[in-house]
Design a protein around this ligand. Structure first.
Ligand code: DUC
Ligand code: ZN
Ligand code: ZN
Length: 471
């Protein structure tokens, strides 16, 4: 097995920044050294390869716990396959994803899971795990949920939105929560009142309001906060921990903060799109361009204070994780399905490649510190979803998933330089300070000098443990 010595960098962890040299043996981090020490010189002298990280941050590889490669949605499929999507993730410094296997309505969990395992196996550039979307809560799926926790699929997404597709009613939600309470699983909730949204959407279309912006106007903030509130209360009744996905709005955040202040095991994530994009400028872009920004939960109004509140939530830990909800669709032929009716626009934004950079802008702008950046993008997601300390930290014994990040590089995001399988970028022209320089996945240098050196099948399936935050 070959050894790799990374010297002169600043190692960033969830607790701070320290000048440290890092020794990797094969796939594993084996030691950290005080730079310039005798031990460091000996380790460097014996290494097969030395990388000079002078001027760079040395951070744990990103852990994106919310992606949807190949997701079937609205008569089409998310445009990134496990191959293309995980390669794009690697380019952006993410070395682990947790994607969603989907139990579709009317089908057995096990059969669906096998199918999703098959889609990913041998295709991924980086390590990957799965949550399960429980498309139908019934006796059979509840039984499987308990078994799956022991098999390393320890989190389950339920939807209070999308009636007739993924939707679970309150009784089903409660039963799934009771099950998770017994098994140690974590319920992830898409918290929007889908029944009410469908009424408003139909009324809007009947009035001739068919443009993409109405997707955001009918998915009202109240319908996110109401569902968030309901989910929190149901989780209390079911004695289950709860993780709210893709939280986008101030009022929903207030519900989470209130529950957390009361000591509940309630957690939430947000995504870069809710920190940088908005309803008027993006969803409301001229012509049909707003379709590029149709996702659910939707982008919120710039005239309110959602962005500022979400950044604050990231500082206070009322928001504990930043994921991407990477769910890309091309504009041509996919987003275009909804030209005459926003309800037919496939929901999703691709962003798996840009999470580290976009959240690093929060460091540049003084919203969060360096340690919090790493905590939000790597350490907490790993702990939340049973991957720590294998992932999410640079310490002896952990997988050698390491990113060298250049804090001084500047560039702009574009469809012309991204690697996701999308014909547009939701962040086109967005100027970024900081850049992923080198990416190491289980000891292999897969991105270096703007070249990709990995191959499909490098990534391994991760059996996950339980959420670490449950009390
Ligand atoms: N939201 C999206 O935007 N896309 C896929 C599913 C979801 O909940
Ligand atoms: Zn969702
Ligand atoms: Zn999602």
């Amino acid at each position: 097995m070959s050894t790799l010595f990374i010297k002169n960098g600043t190692v960033i962890s969830a607790t701070g920044a320290t000048a440290m040299d890092v020794l990797v043996d094969g796939e594993t981090i084996v030691a950290l050294y005080v730079p310039g020490s005798d031990l460091a010189s000996t380790a460097e002298g014996g290494a097969d390869r030395v990388i000079d990280a002078d001027g760079k941050y040395v951070i744990p590889g990103g852990v994106d716990v919310h992606t949807h490669m190949e997701l079937p949605f609205g008569g089409t499929f998310a445009s990134d396959t496990f191959e293309t999507g995980t390669r794009a993730a690697a380019w952006g410094g993410t070395t682990t994803i947790v994607d969603f296997a989907v139990q579709s309505h009317g089908r057995q969990v096990r059969e669906c899971l096998d199918e999703w395992m098959g889609k990913a196996e041998g295709e991924c550039a980086i390590d990957y795990g799965f949550h399960l979307i429980v498309g139908e809560v019934n006796e059979a799926s509840l039984k499987e949920m308990s078994t799956l926790v022991d098999e390393g699929i320890s989190s389950f997404k339920l939807f209070m939105a999308y009636p007739g597709v993924f939707y679970s009613d309150d009784g089903q939600v409660l039963r799934a929560m009771q099950n998770a309470s017994d098994s140690g699983g974590l319920i992830m909730m898409h918290a929007e009142n889908g029944i009410a949204i469908d009424v408003l959407a139909e009324q809007a279309v009947n009035r001739g309001e068919t443009d993409p912006v109405y997707h955001g106007r009918v998915r009202r903030e109240e319908l996110e906060s109401e569902a968030t509130h309901r989910a929190i209360k149901l989780a209390k009744v079911g004695a289950a921990p709860l993780y709210i996905v893709h939280l986008s709005a101030s009022e929903a955040l207030e519900e989470v903060a209130r529950a957390r202040n009361a000591g509940a095991n309630v957690f939430a994530e947000t995504c870069p799109q809710y920190l940088y994009l908005n309803l008027e400028d993006h969803l409301g872009a001229p012509g049909f361009d707003g379709a590029k920004y149709v996702c659910s939960t939707p982008l919120r109004s710039k005239h309110e204070h959602h962005h500022a509140d979400l950044w604050k939530g990231l500082r206070t830990d009322d928001l504990s994780v930043v994921s991407t909800d990477h769910c890309p669709f091309c504009f041509k032929d996919q987003k275009e399905l909804g030209r005459d009716d926003f309800r037919a626009i496939p929901n999703g934004i691709g962003g798996v490649e840009h999470r580290l950079d976009l959240i690093y802008q929060g460091v540049v702008q003084g919203e969060i510190g360096l340690a919090r950046w790493v905590e939000l993008c790597a350490t907490t997601p790993a702990r939340m979803f049973g991957l720590y300390p294998r992932k999410g930290v640079i310490q002896p014994g952990s997988d050698a998933d390491i990113v060298l990040y250049d804090p001084n590089a500047t560039w702009s995001i574009s469809v012309d330089n991204h690697h996701m399988n999308m014909d547009y970028s939701a962040y086109e022209g967005f100027e970024v300070q900081g850049k992923v320089d080198t990416v190491i996945s289980r000891g292999r240098v897969i991105v270096e000098n703007d070249n990709y050196h990995g191959s499909k099948g490098d990534g391994r399936y991760l059996r996950r443990g339980l959420c670490e935050y449950l009390m």
